[in-house]
Design a protein around this ligand. Structure first.
Ligand code: C2E
Ligand code: CA
Ligand code: CA
Ligand code: CA
Length: 278
């Protein structure tokens, strides 16, 4: 009887406890990493489809505080949000991405730097003011910066979001709506948002070749975006066929493993030179 009691104990508690414990460990690691430089940004090339040239880079965050495989943002961003760390972390990302953009510009590498912003971060008071100060302090060129925001960030409070986005735009920074097509934006609200770009969610792009419904959604987003005078950007492109399809349907920009995985800065520069200055 004693034994089965212990067995039950193990069956009922460990999973949740383990999860909470893991989250706590990750929170501690993140706090340390913010102090000790344990976060890194990788950069994934963005291609202008018409010219075939490099258009920009998306900065993608990694936790790389030891010799193990780096940890991706899907595992730690939610924890950073619930632990109240997202403001500080987002600020680190903005500073590092602006610093890198300014350095590349000085070296003659003109890349529009796309920065992901968490909904919580976007809605912090004085977000735009802080961003403006970072841009000025680092001497970054705001016309070569782009913020990627998600539908859920915007639709929770549309009027508030419009005000925030207007402030961001007044800095001269561009705004892209990320993961478009999977959220819940009403189409009419799109016309009120000061956007520059729609990024088609990669779940559609990845199924373009096999799935008629994904092609239909992608084409609808392209038509919608273009009628609103927005650039449309396809991400998650893993094959030449997907790229050709998007090209044929007037997609403006492309990103995905077909071109390159996200790269550390030195490899990004090397990749650039290999592609265009052989
Ligand atoms: P996202 O903004 O949609 O970024 C694209 C994700 O798709 C990246 O994953 C990228 O590595 C991956 N990807 C790119 N090309 C391909 C492809 O051809 N095939 C496939 N299967 N995947 C591809 P990653 O780096 O793991 O980032 C995941 C998400 O984490 C991002 O999705 C973004 O929402 C968030 N994130 C990344 N960096 C930051 C950051 O600095 N701040 C915040 N708040 N969120 C971030
Ligand atoms: Ca993004
Ligand atoms: Ca996306
Ligand atoms: Ca995403």
């Amino acid at each position: 009887a004693k034994q089965s009691g212990r067995a039950n104990f193990h069956i009922y508690t460990p999973e949740l406890e383990q999860q909470a414990n893991q989250a706590h460990q990750l929170e501690l690691r993140m706090r340390r990493a913010l102090k000790n430089g344990g976060f890194k940004l990788l950069y994934q090339p963005v291609i202008d489809i018409k010219s075939g040239r490099l258009a920009g880079a998306e900065a993608l965050l990694r936790l790389e505080d030891n010799d193990d495989e780096p940890i991706g943002p899907n595992s730690f961003i939610p924890i950073a949000e619930s632990a109240g760390l997202i403001g500080q972390l987002g600020e680190w990302v903005a500073v590092e991405a602006c610093r890198q953009q300014e350095e590349w510009m000085r070296q003659g590498l003109k890349v529009t730097m796309a920065i992901n912003v968490s909904p919580l971060q976007l809605r912090q008071p004085a977000f735009a003011e802080k961003l403006g100060r970072i841009i000025t302090d680092l001497g970054a060129d705001p016309s070569y910066l782009e913020l990627e925001v998600t539908e859920s960030a915007i639709m929770e409070n549309l009027n508030e979001a419009i005000e925030i986005l207007k402030k961001i735009k007044s800095l001269g920074v561009k705004v892209a709506l990320d993961d478009f097509g999977v959220g819940y934006s009403s189409l009419s609200s799109l016309t009120n948002l000061p956007l520059d770009k729609l990024k088609v969610d990669q779940s559609f792009v990845q199924h373009i070749e096999r799935d008629q419904a994904s092609r239909a959604v992608t084409e609808a987003i392209l038509a919608l975006g273009h009628s609103l005078k927005l650039d449309v950007h396809g991400e998650g492109i893993e094959s030449e066929n997907a790229l050709l399809y998007l090209e044929e349907h007037g997609c403006n920009q492309a990103q995905g493993y077909w071109f390159s995985r996200p790269l550390p800065p030195n490899e990004f520069v090397r990749w650039y030179h290999e592609q265009w200055e052989a």
